[in-house]
Ligand binder design. Structure first.
Ligand SMILES: Cc1ncc(COP(=O)(O)O)c(C=O)c1O
Length: 451
């Protein structure tokens, strides 16, 4: 891979950060001005370049610091928020952590309504900054009713106390908080090649809207892609459902996001989002959470379609440190999802377990992958960890093996049976599964898998 693979302004530098936070007190000065890095392994030579804005470099480890600052400062400026007044918000914990940080520095008391469906690290972070946190139990995960019930409880508290409600879903100031992120990308990635596409997992859609508006102002033809969980793909026209990709998939259209704001929706299954986040940590050193995994999976898929000569940009939403006690990083090395490790049976058990967790992969494919892993094991200890097997893997949805190769992100060819990967077809998530292999240059439907 030629050319630069990381572009500042890096931490502590002037430029972006200074322009965003000049004159502000304490840790607020450290918001924004984050680096952007190019994927070196998950997107291969046949793809467009994929660049990732490293937002974990913000003070609470999340891009939400930008919007929390914007919401508070805009309310201060027009008198909606008075000195020392109570602030109230409903939040999965990312916005809450950032608001708790900003309110602590500026001296506002904060009451938060959240849920045990979200990472414990975020709840603890809000409390560490002094926020009063109330949790709504939701043992099944992020159900369609969870966010509405959190909103109702926050509205009750606001009515009882006369607090200022930041009300993130309906707050237009928070969208403005992300414009600078988009402007930084334009400064950092001047090209060639140009930024051709931007994709982002949506919750409030603030990041997507703020960044895509800034990009489109400079690059009118940029392809704007919203990302959502396949298990709750309401923007794709599907039913609301329960999932575990924190920060989005709220079960209804975010109020500030309109169909004219985007060009495409990509739905990513949560298993692929989790797997891609783990791969990004190990293969790229991009340590993040499930929503970043969804962003990366979508970006690699788009990059496969666009091919060389383009740049796809996405965002590392937040740091993997926020997810250490949850499911994402709880697997021991050598179990499913850790493709670089080879178990004692040559990888057969981990390949089987991983393949079974990809719900669109047929039983036949699982059997063949497992059998092939066993052959690899018999091939000798000396080859472990670097064996490459070439497998013919028919897509279990459309039964087109060449489409699988195309969707692997390496050939740059569109999937045969449709321009846009379907949410129900594994084309939408082949890149995440097979990204550790390189696809075969010849032979229809051949995919190289490394384990
Ligand atoms: C972890 C995480 N990822 C993604 C998002 C989505 O960001 P936005 O609300 O800007 O759409 C959020 C929002 O809460 C989040 O917490």
């Amino acid at each position: 891979m030629g050319g630069e693979t990381v572009i500042g302004p890096a931490a502590g530098s002037e430029d972006g950060r200074t322009r965003m936070t000049a004159g502000r007190p304490g840790g607020l000065l450290a918001i924004g001005g984050t680096p952007v890095v190019r994927l070196a392994h998950l997107a291969d030579e046949g793809c467009a370049e994929v660049w990732v804005k490293m937002e974990a470099a913000n003070p609470t480890g999340s891009y939400k610091d930008r919007m929390a600052l914007a919401m508070i400062e805009a309310a201060e400026a027009d008198g909606r928020l008075r000195p020392g007044q109570l602030v109230v918000e409903y939040t999965g914990g990312s916005t809450g952590s950032s608001l708790a940080f900003v309110c602590a520095v500026k001296g506002y008391p904060l009451r938060i309504v959240s849920s045990d469906a979200f990472a414990d690290e975020k709840i603890r972070t809000m409390r560490a900054f002094g926020a009063d946190v109330e949790l709504i139990p939701s043992p099944d995960g992020i159900t369609p009713d969870l966010i509405p019930s959190m909103m109702r409880r926050a509205a009750e508290i606001t009515a009882q106390t006369g607090a200022f409600a930041t009300d993130q879903f309906n707050n237009t100031d928070m969208v403005d908080g992300y414009r600078r992120l988009g402007e930084e990308l334009i400064d950092q990635l001047r090209g060639p090649p140009p930024i051709s596409a931007f994709c982002s997992y949506v919750g409030t859609a603030g990041c997507f809207l703020g960044v895509s508006r800034a990009l489109a102002a400079a690059l009118p033809h940029v392809h704007r892609v919203v990302v959502e969980p396949a298990e709750s793909a309401v923007l794709s026209g599907g039913p609301p459902g329960t999932h575990h990709i924190e920060g989005g998939g709220i079960g209804h259209r975010p109020p500030q996001l309109h169909p004219a704001d985007y060009d495409e929706v990509v739905a990513i299954p949560e298993a692929q989002a989790f797997q891609t986040a783990r791969q990004a940590a190990r293969a790229e050193g991009i340590f993040s959470g499930p929503s970043t995994g969804a962003n990366l999976a979508a970006a690699v898929s788009i990059a496969g379609r666009l091919g060389p000569g383009h740049r796809v940009v996405t965002v590392q939403v937040d740091s993997g440190l926020k997810y250490l006690t949850g499911q994402l990083y709880s697997q021991a090395p050598g179990t499913a999802g850790h493709g670089r490790e080879v178990a004692g049976d040559g990888g057969a058990s981990q390949v089987e377990a991983a393949a079974r967790s990809w719900d669109c992969v047929s039983a036949g494919v699982v059997r063949r992958l497992t059998a092939s892993a066993m052959v690899a094991a018999r091939g000798g200890q000396g080859n472990r960890g670097r064996e490459i097997r070439r497998l013919t893997i028919p897509c279990s949805c459309c039964h087109s093996s060449s489409a699988v190769r195309a969707a692997s992100g390496s050939s740059g060819v569109r999937p045969r049976h449709g321009a846009t990967p379907s949410t129900k077809c594994c084309h939408a998530f082949c890149p995440g599964i097979w990204s550790q292999g390189t696809s075969s240059p010849t032979g229809s439907g051949l995919v190289n898998v490394t384990w």
